[in-house]
Design a protein around this ligand. Sequence first.
Ligand code: ZN
Length: 239
Amino acid sequence: MQDKEPSPTATAPEAESADVALKHIVDGFLHFHHEVFPQQEELFKKLATAQRPRAMFITCADSRIVPELITHSSPGDLFVTRNVGNVVPPYGQMNGGVSTAIEYAIMALGVHHIIVCGHSDCGAMRAVLNPQSLEKMPTVKAWLRHAEVARTVVEENCHCANEHESMQVLTEENVIAQLQHLRTHPSVASRMASGQLFIHGWIYSIETSEIRAYDAEQDKFLPLDGNHPVPNATPKGRF
Ligand code: ZN
């Protein structure tokens, strides 16, 4: 979500009319159906009756984040759940879509990895920093209460120089908070204790396409650059 008013100097694409917007989507579907699908028919035939995704990917609903594109994945590879602010409500507070998807991914699909992915320039994080902007959006406001823990951590601990830095630290703290919420889900806690499930906290930069990943051992975000072992947010299994 993007809550900024477009500035005259912004390079954001201009809004198109509602008719043109829908035509683009339908034309896109027809292109996929007639051109792309026939080239990958084998894959889709295989996927027609079963899925075995490599990971669950929880990210923001922001249109600029495309999990399959940034991980170069194919249909069937990622079990994706998206919402405003890449939030994971703690277990027991809300039996909503995210909790349901987590339980299904672990129990029915047997995924071994859950990635919580935040991103730069997140409108949800900007709203958490400026709650007065949500006066006319009571549902968004209620949802983003799950990110309030991150705001408190930042407000009370970060000597942030400006809003840009606050946004960056808040985005990191939000990912860490959502990883903690994730661990309150019984299916997650159990599979982590037995060393069968690994959790990851990533932040994707829209501008540079870089990803930084949370490393629990060093308690900081490290670049996901292929030069180091993949940073991991999972404590050691106990069983
Ligand atoms: Zn966002």
